[in-house]
Design a protein around this ligand. Sequence first.
Ligand code: FAD
Length: 482
Amino acid sequence: MQTQHFDAIVIGAGLGGLLSAAQLLERGKRVVILERLPHCGGRFTAKTFQGAQISTGAVHMLPFGSSGVLSRVLQRLRIPHRIFDADVFGSFHVRGQQIRSRGVLGVFKVFGPRQFFWFTRVGYLLFFKRLPEAERALPFDTWLARHINVGRNPELVAFFASISRFALSLELHQVTTEEVMRTTKHMFRFGAPGILQGGCGALTSELERRVLDQGADLRLRADVLQILHTDGQATGVRVRDKASGEETLLHAPLVVSDIGPRATEALLQNQQIKQAEVLKQQSQEHVTREPEQRKQPEAIGLKVHILSDVSLIPHKGIMYCLDTQRIGGMVQPTNADPRLAPAGKHLLISHQVIQSENIEEEKALALADLRMLFGETFEQHCRVLTMSAYRGEWPVNRLAQGTDVATSTDLRGLYQVGDAVKPAGYLMVEGVAQSVNQFLDLLDARDTGQTGGSRQRQPRNVVSPPSRLNALRWLWEAPGNS
Ligand code: FAD
């Protein structure tokens, strides 16, 4: 078997893998990136279908927009990109109509005076008072029920449920109160969510170009079969070229895994994870356990791409759905970049949490919601392009918000990045970018001989949230760039 040597091996060319590789290359390392698919980007790229940018995962949106962690990392790396921040706090589909709310105070129109009072009370308890230790681990629905009369505030509960479904792909009983508090604080402090110019595919192409320009050895259709290790130290990988079937041993003192803890653990045991097996095992667990009791609770969802002749969402932000059966929220990314769809058409994307094993039923419920939301217009002017379930080894998040694993592993030289390593309070790709920053801080500390303790340097790569005062900008309008 052929053997080759590098300074670092990156397993997986998703966003986490590409960002890690770009930064290792900046540090002068010889890097090989191994990706089993014929393209880079993982769940953060897109294919053109009927003239529209159909993403492999993300809805072309960065949760913290142009002031977020990913944007800051891209600026640091000088990767060309443009983000169109939301121009509203959101719109809310409730009681059969869409109500637009420029800033947080605009939700008064959604709730009316009584529920608005309880909304401000919840805000006060979460953000202005210290959350008691005993309440931090409570599922958020339980916490809400302790502080408000759930029966008398149905739209307030639906407000939190729809945001959680869209932003976290979780039901309220699947997320802790502490995690809700942290993610919301970060959302308000960093800024409004934003749509990427050119969508996810454009960013992935830029990152791919960058790592190639920097001299990375990028191998597509390269399936990593095993992580090699000796005496507690990672030493390399065994990889198969899917085109030729040829296997190669690659050696490096540093291995970065962007494929999640389950698949990483399997490679350490010289085994590979198969999607069908994961789904079968989860289906058995589904019968016996609640999602939050599962060993590795991921966030699962169903996404629908729709092409419409008429505009259905009148802004660049998220429409949260409070009166639907399944859909948590929708975006119309062509409001930010019309080139994401053919000229004159509008691309819409809906997202929902998968709540049962029956995917066909989940799809039917999505369609029923779309008919309810847009009535005749949906039948006459809209075409469903794709409906895709994200679960198993291709989920919305490999680990649900708040259950993530650490960057370093039991093996020296083996680090994990990606959406299973997102730190508390950092959503989706903001969490992926922050996971890479954490890895770099660990690496820099290791390379300079700093292994912890009080003399440890300030982290150089992890991005800190901006001042709390930034949150105040949200009261009247969304703090965007446009
Ligand atoms: P991945 O993108 O999964 O990359 C891992 C890569 O490793 C893959 O390319 C895979 O093929 C490869 N790989 C796996 N095993 C091997 C192996 N053995 N050998 C070689 N290669 C291997 N985030 C947002 O910020 N905004 C959004 O709007 C948003 N919406 C979403 C909507 C949906 C429906 C989904 C599914 C996700 C969404 N996300 C969103 C989440 C976001 O897409 C992910 O968090 C992010 O793309 C994960 O990146 P990653 O690098 O961690 O993993």
